[in-house]
Design a protein around this ligand. Sequence first.
Ligand SMILES: *Cc1c(COP(=O)(O)O)cnc(C)c1O
Length: 383
Amino acid sequence: MPKLTVRQEIANLSAYVPGLSIAEIQQTYHLSQVIKMASNENPLGMPPLAQEAVARHAAEAFRYPQGGNPRLTRALAVRHKVDARRVIVGNGSDELIDLLIRVLADTGRHNIVCFDPCFSIYPIQARICGVETRRLPLKENFSFDFDALLQCVDAHTRLVFLTTPDNPSGYCPPRSAVQELASSLAAQAPHCLLVVDEAYMDFADDEAAASLLASGLLSDNTAVTRTFSKSFGLAGLRLGYAILPGNLAEYLWRARLPFSVNILAEEAALAALEDTAFYEATQQTVRVGRKDLAAGLTALGCTVWPSAANFLMFRMPECGPDAQSCFEGLLEKGIIIRPLKSYGLPEHLRVSVGNAEENRLFLAALADIMARTQDATARRKKP
Ligand SMILES: *Cc1c(COP(=O)(O)O)cnc(C)c1O
């Protein structure tokens, strides 16, 4: 046997913790039906036009995709009114986040800056690259202190990551504040790129007012990433994109694996962009469902944070079961939500907005778990 050793960064790595899958919960709890509200996927499933496109093009999957995915890149450039040379598509926005770090930051020398908690892919990919992550705790109400964030930036900072609306809280900062951050950063750290992850921006109350990308005001030091995983219903096909400043996209194309966006994902994405009926239905379902879920959780005594995304972060009331038993109680009933322990928030939970039926079943199951906990407490207290 050869004595294989892995790099130190990998040996010490805590990998990304994904939401549990339907299949594993069906097996563990012997359930026929499981509802997943753990990974912010689209509550309406896959766009019908994208399903047709995948079926129609299935027989072409023996071919390699066209290099550079020019049709999709062009369609996205038109959608966002930017030069197609600034657009790159990837195997999920995860791939583009990874590429940005690898292309811009030197191992052992440069650092990235982000909030704590934040989407864990940023610090994980940085670590794999041997790049330090400097983190600023969010404010108590989960909003952003941009002045303090800027203090974390030094001469070796190559990227600042910002998620808006934020995951896991759903907080959405005013666009003007993000623009100010971009200009302060440009003055303070001319070699640093601001990456604004707009994975959930379609769900903001007023996307045109909240989004840097929609505003058309992207400055030279700012990149925006978006994804087909949420509002477009294609999480399993893996497709994300970024709008990058200057000629940065060209460098990412050079560094990207040549065929990371597969033929069927590309066809599905082109069709999903055309499926405006599905997109509108998603918007409607998420906005109504978000309101219903927030009202239902509040009525149960939970603390719910305001969310501009397709999920809600909440805490159980003092008298209720703790977050972990609540999560496990829901699993036993075939409902998967997301505990936020891996985000450093052991008492917080996150639930994705489902369709009307899923939301109803989730709230009913939670009410049942809470009632049982209260019964048990009352019994224990009896003399
Ligand atoms: C879901 C999510 C993404 C999307 O990732 P993909 O790789 O495109 O599926 C990106 N950023 C954040 C913060 C997310 O929560």
